[in-house]
Design a binder for this molecule. Structure first.
Ligand code: DX5
Ligand code: ZN
Length: 221
């Protein structure tokens, strides 16, 4: 099954409650929240307070993508804010195994994200601990960037490794996902598709979510 996770980065921040309700109504499977610190990535967004505010408006799973340098310092805050999935970048975690273990202790689903230039081998010793892997298909920091096709072989590689180990690990992609690239990434093995501008940039977000989901599902047939 292909899941679609609208990224709130492209939503109207002045009306987040309404945007969250609109995304649910339109068929979102989960909500993707991009936390940026201006250090790990060259942009700043929001922190746990906004996650907590969104939590009040929806029962959809909250997929919190931490693009921050010192994730360990904030895990408890994001867990308390109501995150369901806490996703950390391998490039930002010096003690990745410890960080993942802490997320598990907090009762949340750990996910690990890889930048486009980061090797899939960095997952080798943590793959059996996480609920999801996030492969960035753009360099993190901004919405509306162009999909990087060089990541496709890495999607295939990680999907194959998950299968080979018989793991129940979701494979998410993030960046430049639209109807067209959805088919490419799902053929390669992705099953959770994050999309910001391709969803919130459309007047009819239900149609946008449906077309991304169908393009992905169609690629599986
Ligand atoms: C980028 C973020 C993405 C972003 C994707 O660093 O991680 O989640 O919102 O935006 P689009 O879908 O517009 O590429
Ligand atoms: Zn993201």
């Amino acid at each position: 099954m292909v899941k679609v996770a609208p990224s709130l980065l492209a939503a109207d921040f002045s009306a987040l409650g309404a945007e969250v309700a609109r995304a649910k109504e339109a068929g979102a499977d989960l909500l993707h929240l991009d936390v940026m610190d201006g250090h790990f990535v060259p942009n700043i967004t929001f922190g746990p307070q906004v996650v907590a505010a969104v939590r009040k408006h929806t029962d959809l799973p909250l997929d919190v993508h931490l693009m921050i340098s010192e994730a360990d310092r904030y895990l408890e805050d994001f867990a308390a804010a109501g995150a369901d999935i806490i996703c950390v970048h391998v490039e930002a975690c010096l003690h990745l195994h410890r960080t993942i273990t802490r997320i598990l202790e907090l009762g949340k689903t750990p996910a690990v994200a890889l930048n486009p230039a980061t090797s899939a081998h960095t997952l080798a010793h943590v793959l059996d601990l996480v609920g999801m892997v996030l492969l960035m298909t753009v360099n993190p920091g901004f919405g509306g960037q162009e999909f990087i096709p060089a990541v496709v072989p890495k999607i295939e590689q990680v999907a194959e490794e998950i299968r080979r180990r018989g793991l129940d690990v979701a494979l998410e992609v993030d960046g430049g996902i639209d109807r067209k690239t959805a088919a490419t990434v799902v053929s390669a093995g992705a099953n959770v598709l994050v999309a910001g501008s391709a969803i919130f940039g459309c007047p009819d977000i239900r149609a946008a979510i449906t077309s991304i989901r169908q393009a992905g599902a169609g690629a599986l047939q």
